[in-house]
Each structure stands twice: as C-alpha cells, then as structure tokens.
Design a protein around this ligand. Structure first.
Ligand SMILES: [Zn+2]
Length: 121
C-alpha cells in the first residue's frame, strides 16, 4: 500500500492518484536520494593544489622553469613549461627563459594559493 502524501489515506500499489483526495501519488524513493551526503565542498577542491606553500612554488619555478608546477602536482604543465624553456631558451637565449620562469613562478604561486585549478592555463 502507498499512503497519500497529502491526506495519508491508503492507495493501491501503482496508483497514480489518491482515491480520497486526487493528489498525485509520489513513490517515496526521493527519501533515499536525499540521504546521499553532500560532498560538493570536498569535490570542488579536487583539481586544486592543497597544502602547498605559494612562495615555495613560485621560488622553485624561478630557479627551474616548471619546478613549481611539479611541486604543485601539475606534472603536465610543469613538463611542458620545462620542455618549452629548454627548447626555446636554447635557441633564443636567456630572455625567453626568464619570461617563462616568471610566468611559471606566477602560475605556480596562483595554483598553490588555490586561486587557480591544476592544469588551468
Ligand atoms: Zn490523498
């Protein structure tokens, strides 16, 4: 039997409307769904570097391009920055390297600080 949510009278299983008041019968599966814990806060934090020190990340990237990204767990970005700095820096000299180092440091700082998600360019 299904109890009407409005007047609480009993209805046959599978009834679509209450025999007493005509209210639409709502099968109570929603109750189970509502019990699911809301993990929005924790899941929204995944993809972010947690527990990292922004200054350390920044300094590491200034020393070696991409190192701050590695420190943050941002392997893909760190690898691409380092590879780019090695290839382009070898051809053009120190200026591009310096530019990449500053970008890398700034990016690593923001990621470690939680302002940016990992792998967000
Ligand atoms: Zn009813």
């Amino acid at each position: 039997m299904i109890n009407c949510t409005k007047c609480n009278s009993e209805n046959q299983d599978g009834s679509k409307f209450c025999i007493n008041c005509g209210e639409k019968i709502v099968i109570e599966t929603g109750r189970r769904r509502r019990q699911a814990p809301q993990r929005r806060e924790t899941t929204s934090m995944t993809g972010y570097a947690e527990g990292k020190t922004p200054v350390v990340a920044g300094v590491l990237s200034l020393l070696i391009v991409g190192l701050g990204q590695f420190y943050n767990g941002d392997m893909k970005k760190g690898g691409m920055l380092l590879a780019g700095a090695l290839v382009v820096g070898a051809i053009t000299g120190g200026i591009v390297w310096l530019g990449l180092a500053i970008y890398s440091a700034y990016d690593a700082y923001q990621v470690a600080d939680g302002q940016k998600a990992l792998e967000e360019w």
